[in-house]
Write a protein that binds this ligand. Structure first.
Ligand code: XIL
Length: 389
């Protein structure tokens, strides 16, 4: 901050009587007060025994995506207590073919995290839909006993990835998005058909992760069933899955509430998006009654029903996020909040355009790395909640 010079007032000129010349004003050096710093979100979160974090992607060297962007990295280092790789630990990414396992991008991310005192989550071991599984699975030779070969492949994959990181990753999305939102039924995949059921894949992934991971590692089922209307079947399917897993004794610790929020219609009473508070609370109540913790793993906002005006949009998005976090923070089982990216232009949602073609504003920071009202809303929600035990 540059020091400024302020001209000191010497009272009414010529006050010393006489008709002499007024002495020149004495310059007094003054450092202008700094602008109030943007709230450091994780610094507020930790006062409540919570954490704030973000997805980050790519590599430092050669520079790719957000991890390759020095401004983005310093924002993350300043604001976050944990990170999660956006794509770098997905099965298809680390194993583009059946014989390759390449952890180099995720390892670089972990090095960045360690250098900056950040934790790193693991996302994800199995994204249980054919279109997100490695494409080579379509032609993979599972051997003469297809079920046994499939079991071994899942065990080897989970063991390899979880074992590679050991105690360096303390929370894993073991299974991602296994529930079809349209029907609430579990997706069938190449893996589940070979093993006889989706549950067989899911249970094996969790039991393997538990056997390999150090004691205390958090094992998470992660999905996007949200609080907006139209998610009844999805919520019911997720709850059925979690209930079944607990009944079968599957080692699961938490439900990852992805929290890709959407403003698809405006509630005139609030000027922001609608949501179904009753069904949403019932869903969360039932999950925590199973003994599961909650994590907000991928928070961002689609602003489809909001007008083009940036101020109006940002204000309504912030209000929606604040309402969401206030509700979610009522659950003491929730400690970690991660956004799916810090800076709007990098968001994955830019590839899903608004109908007017305008850039989306889903994240807490704008393209100039300046905090938006959503950033303030997150900080205010942490400030308003009570400390976890
Ligand atoms: C997205 C990434 O952000 C994109 O870069 C990628 O092309 C597809 O996946 N739910 C998840 C995340 O669990 O892994 C997804 O991430 C977003 C939705």
């Amino acid at each position: 901050m540059a020091a400024g010079l302020l001209t000191a007032s010497c009272g009414g000129g010529g006050g010393n009587g006489g008709g002499g010349t007024t002495p020149p004003p004495t310059p007094v050096p003054v450092t202008p007060p700094p602008p109030p710093p943007a709230t450091k979100l994780n610094a507020v979160a930790v006062t409540k025994k919570m954490r704030f974090g973000s997805a980050i992607g790519g590599r430092r060297n050669p520079p790719i995506s957000t991890l390759g962007d020095a401004s983005y990295r310093s924002l993350v280092a300043q604001q976050c207590g944990l990170i999660v790789p956006e794509n770098e630990l997905k099965w298809q990414t680390i194993s583009p073919d059946a014989r390759t396992i390449d952890f180099s991008a995720a390892d670089d991310m972990l090095a960045f995290a360690t250098e900056n005192g950040l934790a790193m989550r693991g996302h994800n071991l199995i994204w249980h839909q054919d279109r997100w599984l490695p494409s080579w699975l379509a032609t993979y030779d599972f051997g003469p006993d297809v079920a046994a070969g499939t079991r071994q492949l899942i065990i080897d994959h989970v063991t390899g990835v979880v074992g590679h990181y050991g105690s360096k990753i303390a929370s894993w999305d073991v299974i991602n998005e296994a529930v079809d939102p349209g029907t609430g039924l579990l997706y069938q995949t190449r893996l589940s058909r070979n093993l006889g059921s989706p549950e067989a894949v899911i249970d094996l992934a969790f039991t393997t992760a538990r056997a390999v991971a150090p004691a205390g590692t958090q094992l998470v089922y992660n999905d996007y069933a949200g609080w907006e209307a139209g998610n009844d079947a999805h919520r019911a399917g997720v709850l059925r899955l979690l209930t079944g897993m607990k009944a079968r004794g599957v080692p699961i610790d938490a439900y990852g509430v992805q929290s890709h929020l959407g403003i698809y219609s405006i509630d005139p009473a609030t000027g922001t998006g609608r949501y179904e508070e009753g069904p949403w609370r019932a869903f969360l109540d039932a999950i925590v009654a199973l003994g599961l913790d909650l994590i907000i793993t991928e928070l961002d906002v689609r602003d489809d029903a909001l007008p083009a005006d940036v101020t109006v949009r940002d204000t309504a998005i912030a209000k929606y996020v604040r309402a969401y976090l206030d509700l979610m923070f009522g659950y003491k089982q929730l400690r970690d909040v991660l956004v799916w990216g810090m800076v709007d232009p990098y968001s994955w949602l830019q590839s899903i355009p608004r109908s007017d073609g305008l850039a989306r504003r889903p994240n807490p920071y704008d393209g100039a790395y300046q905090p938006k009202p959503m950033q303030t809303a997150i900080g205010d929600a942490f400030t308003a909640t009570s400390a976890r035990s």
